[in-house]
Design a protein around this ligand. Structure first.
Ligand SMILES: [Zn+2]
Length: 291
């Protein structure tokens, strides 16, 4: 029922959007200036500046990793942000999220769950982990350009930031020091249900689902398999054990309703608790069986 209602709402929305677009096209001079594209640049910069200001406030060192993404819309300047919390060992565990939001012509997309939720969760994890002595160095990866530039998700038009990061780390030989990637994406859903991604490493799924069960979150971390293409794939293909913690069962996904009404702090709490409970076990596993 809910789905039917939503489909109707989406139809209305698409209709309104098309109308608005036509009106814009009719009144705008044909100079080639694309304000939608400029707006995406603006949003990207605001998001990145916010992330960097937070890292600075926490006292975490970071660097920007700029690159030119070859997209179907031409070359787009993108920038990953990489924070580091030094641990006892130089070897790294990455906590990652994308921070870009998908660009839509038809409506103003907020992206409260996709991907403000996981960006906020990684920042809060950073605050907690900064106050701990961690065995492994924690790398905070805020990846740009996860979303496809075109409407459809088609290779290679997606996950620009993660692909670039992996390529650069292979070239400068720093990838070998990255022992695990924990990716968060779309974890804000009020009605949170997270399934096990089959592209993720089995041992990481086992640890995370074990933590969830121990903490009483079994109704959220459901023991069902599905397969996701996301920023972790570039790492998986490069041999880095990775896990994607994602709730794709989100009716508001890529709609104007991915807003504050459909996300909750409770969902961030659940995922934050599970990651913090799982992390020492991941470290133990890595220390016992070096990869
Ligand atoms: Zn998305």
């Amino acid at each position: 029922m809910q789905k039917v209602l939503l489909a109707a709402a989406t139809l209305v929305l698409v209709a309104c959007g098309a109308d608005a677009q036509n009106r814009t096209a009719a009144t705008a001079p044909r100079t080639g200036f694309d304000s939608n594209r400029a707006w995406t640049d603006l949003e990207r910069q605001v998001a990145r500046q916010y992330i960097e200001a937070q890292l600075k406030a926490i006292g975490i060192g970071y660097r920007e990793q700029p690159f030119d993404a070859m997209t179907p819309a031409g070359v787009i300047k993108m920038i990953n942000v990489i924070g580091t919390i030094p641990g006892r060992r130089p070897d790294r565990i990455a906590l990652a999220t994308h921070f870009d939001t998908k660009r839509f012509q038809e409506f103003r997309f907020l992206g409260a769950s996709d991907a403000a939720s996981s960006t906020a969760a990684v920042l809060e994890l950073a605050r907690v982990l900064k106050n701990r002595q961690n065995e492994y160095t924690i790398e905070l990866l805020f990846l740009d350009g996860e979303e496809a530039v075109n409407t459809e998700w088609r290779d290679p038009d997606n996950t620009y930031g993660s692909k670039y990061y992996v390529r650069a780390a292979q070239q400068d030989r720093s990838l070998g020091g990255l022992k695990t990637l924990v990716l968060l994406d779309m974890i804000g859903d009020r009605d949170l249900d997270i399934r096990r991604d089959t592209n993720s490493a089995r041992w990481l799924n086992a640890i995370v689902w074990g933590s969830a069960a121990r903490l009483g979150y079994s109704s959220t971390f459901i023991p069902q398999d599905f397969t996701v293409e996301d920023d972790h794939l570039a790492f998986v293909e490069a041999g880095v054990p990775s896990i994607d913690i994602i709730d794709l069962d989100y009716p508001q996904w890529h709609t104007a309703q991915d807003d504050l009404d459909h996300v909750s702090a409770r969902s961030l709490q659940i995922v934050g608790d599970v990651v913090l409970d799982a992390l020492p076990q991941i470290e133990q596993q890595l220390a016992a069986a070096p990869r």
